[in-house]
Design a protein around this ligand. Structure first.
Ligand code: 6PG
Length: 226
């Protein structure tokens, strides 16, 4: 199933979905960047019971977990630290460096999710270059078929620090992928990722869950060129 929803406040819809899957004890992948902050804050206000859920991350910048560029720090500050019944959180360890952090995450994934992981919900954003997670245009990580978590030595945009990212095999194994994208500066990227036909050079165009659902939540400016 694939649905594109253009909404005045797509963050509210995403907060609702996050809350539902968390309360059902799901395995949830959060993402970074600035767009999800509002959805996280709205989900925090609901203060559902997340104690049976497990929170993972789509990608991380190789900085310590309290650094302003840390995706974990953003999610913790906006959501996780506010929950009275918090989930298990498995973060990518930016302080280890990309190779070691990717290896550690791969091990956690295989231990807890097995060799064919199916996340209940993966939240993703899209950058102006149509990257998603830390899968940047033209980079070798796009071709990864074996590993679930890959080191990204050269990020495609700011902050220019190495990253770790989940790979397409994991993203496309999800039961549900939710994109949350807003703003006119993303309109081209959205048209390339979800237009008809999509642009194969746009990394986000390759996120198409094999057996799961794809929901794209956009505001009007981001949807302007669809
Ligand atoms: C990251 C992200 C990344 C993000 C997009 C959109 O670590 O940067 O996980 O994929 O979702 O870059 O970011 P914005 O919401 O800040 O535009």
């Amino acid at each position: 199933m694939r649905e594109i929803h253009v909404l005045e406040d797509p963050s509210a819809a995403v907060a609702e979905r996050l809350t539902e899957v968390a309360a059902a004890g799901g395995d949830i992948v959060l993402t970074g960047g600035s767009t999800p902050r509002k959805a996280y804050a709205l989900a925090a206000q609901r203060d559902a019971d997340w104690s049976n859920a497990t929170v993972w991350f789509s990608d991380e910048r190789m900085v310590p977990p309290d650094h302003p560029d840390s995706n974990f720090a953003m999610a913790a500050g906006a959501l996780l630290s506010h929950l009275s019944r918090p989930p298990t959180v498995i973060r990518m360890q930016g302080e280890l460096g990309a190779d070691a952090a990717a290896g550690a995450y791969e091990a956690h994934l295989r231990e807890r999710m097995g060799s064919d992981p199916h996340f209940d919900l993966i939240l993703l954003g899209v950058g102006p270059d149509s990257h998603t997670a830390s899968l940047f245009p033209g980079k070798p990580e796009l071709e990864e078929t074996g590993r679930f978590a890959a080191p990204v030595p050269l990020a495609g945009m700011e902050p220019q620090v190495p990253r770790v990212t989940l790979t397409f095999p994991v993203l496309n194994g999800a039961r549900e992928v939710v994109f949350l994208v807003s703003g006119a500066d993303k309109a081209d990227a959205i048209a390339r990722a979800f237009g008809d036909p999509p642009d194969p050079e746009a990394p986000a165009s390759h996120v198409r869950p094999t057996a799961g659902s794809l929901y794209v939540f956009l505001d009007e400016p981001a949807a302007a060129r669809l």
